[in-house]
Design a protein around this ligand. Structure first.
Ligand code: NCD
Ligand code: ZN
Length: 348
């Protein structure tokens, strides 16, 4: 008989954008409702580069969620050309932040302050390697001459492989992988390398961007790739391999910012993230591996305890709203207007 319900350890989200101000107020509860912990991206304007800014941001996040959710935000430091190894190490030792985030300059939303020259980062990476602080990487080259669909694969070749060799002990997470090259790189790499995987890269390929017209709500970075790549990423997620773990990359933008002549990159998947992942694992006959992906592999990579609480999903239809309120505007969630067949039933 078909599985009707599944209970797993409460999951964590190892990559999420919670934003700030009224957007933070609107979106943080969706993450806190499902996930016990989340690694919060630092790409605010201005980005989170100091220990003091991370502490203040953490307080604003905690204030935006219900205490009863038991949610813990895990903060990150945004790397720039001017990053100071001492400040980074201090924040790590004081347990303010858990990792550093590397955005190649201008690779994506709010990355204008990102790193322009990796050579400038050598002392930072050396220090991170020494203290065991993970580096989270937005893995795309920014060279406009490189086709946008090839930027992840080229980044792996040109940047990531040499970096993994030059810093053989550095713990690295290749974030939101979208290609077969990325899935295989992580699978075959030296120890200490992992990857996060989003719901959208398990569910859509690049055709979704052009289905009957231009679909801004299917646009995120790295952009969805060909079907072959989706299948490789999906095989990775459902494989049970401990190197792959859940990271939604939920990246809300108000509707007007998405539906524009130059629409922002980012898919807001937080409200139904676990429903989305459960749909994938169920379809692939891998529900028994959902817990490893969502609740075990991540904490093991980061050396954190597993959550003792649980989350239950039931096979029940759930209709996804066409939009959700966000302060004075609205955000359109992933799967807007669709019906999913798994529903979050309980968190305990
Ligand atoms: C993210 C955002 O909007 O902050 N956008 C996205 O498409 N994923 C930035 C990022 O993670 O690249
Ligand atoms: Zn992101």
């Amino acid at each position: 008989m078909e599985t009707q319900s599944i209970t797993i350890r409460r999951p964590d989200d190892w990559h999420v954008h919670l934003r700030d101000g009224e957007m933070l107020q609107a979106v943080a509860p969706y993450t806190a409702r499902q996930f016990a912990r989340a690694i919060v991206m630092p790409n605010l304007t201005p980005p989170v580069t100091s220990v003091a800014a991370a502490l203040a941001y953490r307080d604003r996040i905690v204030a935006a969620v219900e205490e009863a959710s038991g949610f813990t935000p895990l903060m990150t430091c945004y790397l720039t050309d001017a990053s100071d190894p001492d400040e980074i190490a201090r924040g790590f030792e004081e347990r303010v932040w858990i990792a550093c985030k590397l955005y190649p300059a201008n690779a994506t939303t709010n990355s204008a302050f990102g790193v322009t020259d990796l050579r400038k980062l050598q002392p930072v990476l050396e220090r991170m390697q020494r203290i065991g602080m993970p580096l989270l990487v937005h893995g795309e080259v920014t060279d406009p001459a490189i086709d946008v669909f090839d930027r992840e694969a080229v980044f792996i070749q040109q940047v990531l492989e040499p970096m993994a060799r030059d810093f053989p002990e550095l713990r690295i997470v290749l974030e939101h992988i979208t290609t077969e090259e990325a899935a295989h790189f992580v699978r075959d790499a030296r120890t200490g390398i992992g990857a996060t995987i989003t719901p959208q890269h398990l569910l859509i390929n690049r055709n979704a961007l052009f289905a009957g017209g231009l679909r801004p709500h299917a646009y995120c970075l790295p952009v969805a790739k060909r079907e072959r790549h989706r299948l490789a990423v999906r095989a990775a997620a459902t494989s049970g391999n401990p190197r792959y773990f859940l990271g939604t990359d939920s990246a809300p933008h108000v509707r007007e910012a998405k539906e524009a002549s130059c629409g922002c990159a980012g898919i807001f998947n937080a409200p139904y993230a676990m429903e989305s992942y459960a749909t994938v694992f169920d379809a692939d006959g891998a529900l028994d591996r959902l817990e490893a992906f969502a609740s075990v592999n991540g904490p093991r990579f980061y050396g954190l305890p597993l959550n003792e609480s649980s989350l239950t999903l039931e096979r029940t239809d759930v209709e996804i709203p066409v939009s959700l309120a966000a302060g004075s505007s609205a955000v359109v969630p992933f799967h807007a207007g669709e019906t999913l067949h798994w529903k979050l039933a309980a968190v305990g």
